[in-house]
Design a protein around this ligand. Sequence first.
Ligand code: NAP
Length: 226
Amino acid sequence: MSRTIAVSGASGKTGWRIAEELLRAGDQPRLLLQEHSVVPEPLRACQLHRLQLSDPNALDAALEGCDGLVIATGARPSVDLTGPMRVDAWGVQHQVESCRRLGIRRVVLVSSLCAGRWRHPLNLFGLILVWKRVGERSLERSGLDWTVIRPGGLSERETDLEHEGIRYSTADQQDSASIPRRLVARCCVEALATPASIGQIIEVTSSAELAPISLAKALEAFPQVA
Ligand SMILES: NC(=O)c1ccc[n+]([C@@H]2O[C@H](COP(=O)([O-])OP(=O)(O)OC[C@H]3O[C@@H](n4cnc5c(N)ncnc54)[C@H](OP(=O)(O)O)[C@@H]3O)[C@@H](O)[C@H]2O)c1
């Protein structure tokens, strides 16, 4: 049966790929966007909701009736160093609170490798890794069926992906390497269909040297969640 899955940050380079992968999986993506966000033309036929994350009524209206949410929002690099706090911490928290109010149990969050680290060059942009961890924590403490996907450096590459394997690990095991956004998007959609991913922080990077395996198979090596 087709599910309606909200994707926030759906104008972002990972977000719109998540929406595409949901369509490919037979789901209905509902795109949560800012007022002036732009999405690729083929996705404009999807359900679109334009809102500010800080507006709880608008968030509730946008998420009403959804079966799950994938959070792909993230502060865009800017001279405004408050972006990570507003988007990656409080923006995530607002979305989590809305899901709790509406009884939407399943939430997947795209975070980042090294989330929670204080000493890291990426923190020159508004302590972004620290605020990302605050966002993660609000989801972990929510009581919802959550999964955190922490990708490495994101690339736009769309070629030679079918034979590229993902290196999956638990939190704080990897601190470098990259992964194409398309593989992150597929991973988010796979997580929605993989009950064993609930309650897990999953780090993902990729390499052509690795054989592709399913997320479910990779999770067999993870500690079980109580
Ligand atoms: N870049 C990397 O190498 C890297 C590595 C690891 C993890 N990550 C994380 O992975 C996620 C996806 O990254 P990406 O590079 O694909 O994203 P992106 O292209 O930068 O897109 C960010 C998305 O967040 C939205 N957004 C920004 N500020 C917002 C706000 N105040 N309210 C609502 N929406 C807002 C953007 O909307 P607009 O289109 O309207 O601006 C856009 O849809 C992000 O959380 C990012 O931090 C990135």
